[in-house]
Design a protein around this ligand. Structure first.
Ligand code: ZN
Ligand code: ZN
Length: 490
């Protein structure tokens, strides 16, 4: 045991363990660090954080159980360790791996972090990796992606700098939840500590969601590799039991991956004059209409809200999609009327007319109640709820009639700086001065709109409205935090 380590050094390590109250293991039991090879009859050193206090730190190389897990996967399920001429990037410094890999790979192993600290060879922001395409054979990332603001962009960058056939192997805080838990309103160190368990974490990943993110980026994936590890090895090497994610860049790119350069969703941020609705380039900047501070396309007269909404469903709509569009503009009407199922299952033609939306009786609720369960693919509520008295009941109806794969898009008079909505007792044209110039609304929603959507049975998703405004200046220059809310069924 431990022949590869100087015997006086071994004595020192054991004394160190005893100093830290590491107890002797059961008779004939030992644990071993798979990275440095140190084997011990005593518990490993305690490792304490806000969330854990376990004896897991190797007293010789300081490897933690998650580092040993990563190394175990490399050793048993890949053949990287058998080759000396491969290029490796690691996204955070780790003492144990640094020593181990520098001795084998020298300068072909790069240890990086977002800031300078010991054992960091290079400062690298994963959102913009300063390396050419197809550089690395292997990227290792241990609890880093939960800190990266634009995580999808980081995945795209990782994909880009990996060689075809190259792999990213990574660990992140994740749970078996249907969707990654991430909300823009969790935006202070205090809130992050409370919800994500660490002040600088930006999300808690959902396992299936991560695989989907990898596949959407173009990776092939290997799932559940940690479940193949023999139980005896888990105990002997004291390995973490968390999921290990593996993405492989295919030899040939898959053709079902969206070409980012051609994705109008992204291009809108740079192509300031491009209208995704009529697919035309405007000769000048979109025209500011002044009254509602909404930019109008000079080709199709779409407003910013129209483009924002259309942009969100563009890729999902097909010719059979059943669409319900509440409060349509002429541009949206023109865009959608070519779909044969547009506003199809509405009992009465002319149901949605802008002029009638002012009415604040329950006319629409009655009509919605006649629509079948789970029969609609897309519902668009564009300044519709803010004109309705029974808005929550309407949201419940939306939830009922939406297919489980469907989407509800909501853009209403909203000011997220308000905790609760401001509501007028009835329609009166004069209220417009309080309601952002929207003269037929009866309310301004606050954060309660988000809660209403939750309680009505939706998962919601929206971009931080300030970011949205900055990114999409050409879309809308709304004066309050009024997000486009994307709802899917829980
Ligand atoms: Zn060790
Ligand atoms: Zn247009």
């Amino acid at each position: 045991m431990n022949e590869h380590i100087d015997s006086r050094q071994v004595e020192k390590i054991i004394a160190f363990q005893k100093e830290h109250n590491c107890k002797k293991l059961d008779e004939n039991k030992t644990i071993k660090c798979n990275i440095c090879g140190y084997e011990s009859e005593y518990e490993f050193l305690p490792y304490k954080t806000r969330n854990t206090n376990t004896k897991q730190k190797c007293p010789n190389c300081y490897a933690l159980k998650r580092t040993r897990l990563l190394y175990y996967v490399l050793e048993h399920y890949t053949d990287y360790l058998k080759h000396d001429d491969i290029r490796i990037l690691q996204t955070s410094p780790t003492t144990s791996l640094y020593k181990r890999f520098k001795s084998q790979y020298h300068d072909n192993y790069t240890s990086s972090d977002i800031q300078q600290m010991p054992q960091v060879d290079e400062i690298i922001n994963l959102e913009e990796i300063p390396y050419p395409d197809n550089t690395f054979d292997l990227i290792l990332s241990k609890h880093v992606l939960e800190h990266v603001p634009d995580y999808p962009k980081a995945l795209r960058e990782i994909y880009r700098v990996l060689k075809p056939g190259g792999k990213i192997i990574f660990l992140i805080p994740s749970l078996d939840i249907p969707k990654t838990f991430e909300f823009p309103q969790i935006n202070t160190p205090e809130l992050r500590s409370r919800y994500y368990r660490q002040f600088d974490h930006l999300r808690y990943f959902g396992i299936e969601n991560v695989y989907k993110d990898l596949e959407d980026t173009g990776f092939d994936t290997i799932k559940n590799i940690e479940k193949k590890i023999p139980k005896d090895d888990m105990i002997y090497y004291l390995l973490s039991d968390e999921p290990v994610y593996i993405g492989i860049k295919p030899e040939k790119p898959k053709n079902n991956i969206k070409n980012i350069e051609e994705d109008p969703k992204i291009n809108l941020q740079t192509r300031k004059n491009y209208c995704s609705l009529c697919e035309n380039e405007n000769p000048e900047r979109f025209k500011d209409t002044g009254s509602t501070h909404d930019y109008v396309c000079l080709n199709c007269y779409s407003r910013g809200d129209d483009r924002l909404i259309y942009n969100e469903i563009y890729f999902d709509i097909n010719e059979d999609s059943i669409i319900l569009n509440f409060n349509s503009s002429e541009a949206m009407e023109n865009k959608f009327k070519k779909y044969k199922n547009y506003n199809k299952n509405i009992p009465e033609k002319g149901f949605i007319q802008k002029t009638k939306l002012k009415t604040t009786n329950n006319e629409y609720l009655d009509k919605l109640q006649k629509i079948q369960d789970k029969s609609v693919d897309f519902i668009i509520s564009n300044h519709f709820l803010d004109r309705q008295v029974d808005d929550f009941k309407i949201l419940r109806e939306f939830n009922r009639i939406l297919k489980s794969s469907g989407k509800l898009l909501i853009k209403e008079t909203t000011d997220l700086d308000l905790e609760y909505k401001i509501e007028a007792p009835e329609y009166n044209r004069e209220y417009r001065r309080f309601f952002m110039g929207n003269h037929d609304t009866i309310k301004v929603y606050g954060k309660d709109l988000l809660h209403m959507c939750h309680f009505a049975g939706f998962n919601i998703e929206y971009e931080d409205p300030e970011k949205q405004i900055n990114n999409l200046q050409s879309i809308t220059s709304q004066r309050t935090k009024a997000p486009l809310i994307i709802c899917t069924k829980k």
